[in-house]
Design a protein around this ligand. Structure first.
Ligand code: AMP
Length: 284
């Protein structure tokens, strides 16, 4: 075990398990916040929410290779463990779990977790293998910590539903909490990938949150049709220079396209600005 920037860091599942067992032995409750690092205020609000539920917060920092499809940004994904640890220390995180890829996937690794329906569409369709990688790594993190709660952001709405589904199906005892999306002052959803954006792309990217707001306003009119609203949203993001992957109004749990706006829905968007893929969503 070592300390980086004032916070305890553990690097293997065995070390984490031992640390967690000791906390539980003395009666402390535990919460886990899984991340890929390059932390920002969005991640730190997850930490704050977690801390309001438990005695000790664990933040995992692991850029998980198995959730990146070939040709995605795995190699250039920002890595800054020292700065992440300092941010964690400032929010009273008890331990940062920063395993190496070989600690997570030792030679001979061959077991994966696959949720069947929820990952079919949207990010699952455009990122082959992504949710299999997510479900597998999250299962491993949940198993190592056996925390009372784990916190995930609503920013990755489909991911949150995949994780809820896998915990239900596999009887995992950790309670899953969703945390609201944290935005920059102008509305752009915070993301570790925002650092990739050029100034022009950064201003074009605002069309995503603005388009979602417009869609929500338009959805109030009696004759609004989901497919028309989706097309309007997609065309306003395209007009701002984005390449839209999907703009969809869906059932919040099943993620099937919503046909009746009188039911609760969720607007989901994914679009590329330059080489940067951004996602956002909101309740409808
Ligand atoms: P990442 O490091 O991007 O894999 O994200 C780790 C966790 O932080 C996930 O549960 C994300 O949904 C969450 N997260 C990332 N950005 C935000 C944001 N802007 N608001 C809320 N949660 C976020």
């Amino acid at each position: 075990m070592k300390h980086i920037s004032g916070v305890l860091v553990v690097e293997s599942p065995e070390e984490l398990r031992a640390w967690c067992a000791e906390q539980r032995r003395v009666g402390l409750s535990l919460g886990l916040v899984p991340t890929m690092g390059a932390l920002h205020e969005g991640h730190l609000r997850l930490v704050d929410l977690c801390r309001s539920h438990v005695d000790r917060v664990i933040v995992s920092v692991f850029v998980n290779p198995t959730q990146f499809a070939p040709g995605e940004d795995f190699e250039r994904y920002p890595r800054q463990l020292q700065a992440d640890c300092a941010m964690c220390a400032s929010r009273q995180v008890a331990v940062v779990y920063a395993p190496t890829p070989s600690a997570m996937y030792p030679e001979g690794f061959q077991t994966h977790v696959e949720v069947e329906q929820v990952p079919q569409r949207w990010c699952g369709a455009s990122r082959p293998g992504h949710f299999r990688g997510v479900a597998t790594v999250v299962t491993k993190l949940l198993n190592a910590a056996m925390a009372d709660v784990a916190v995930f952001g609503e920013k990755d709405w489909q991911q949150l539903q995949v994780i809820r589904q896998l915990c239900r199906d596999l009887d995992h005892p950790t309670e899953i909490l969703g945390a609201p999306i944290v935005r920059e002052n102008d509305g752009l959803a915070m993301s570790s990938r925002n650092v990739y954006l050029s100034p022009t792309e950064r201003s074009g990217a605002l069309s995503i949150s603005r388009g979602i707001d417009q869609l929500i306003a338009r959805a109030r009119s009696a004759d609004a049709q989901p497919r028309d609203l989706e097309a309007q949203l997609a065309s306003s993001v395209t007009a701002a220079g984005g390449v839209v992957e999907y703009a969809a109004i869906v059932d919040p749990q099943t993620l099937e396209p919503l046909t009746d706006l009188r039911h609760a829905g969720r607007v989901l968007v994914a679009a590329r600005f330059g080489r940067t893929r951004l996602i956002d969503n909101a309740p409808l």
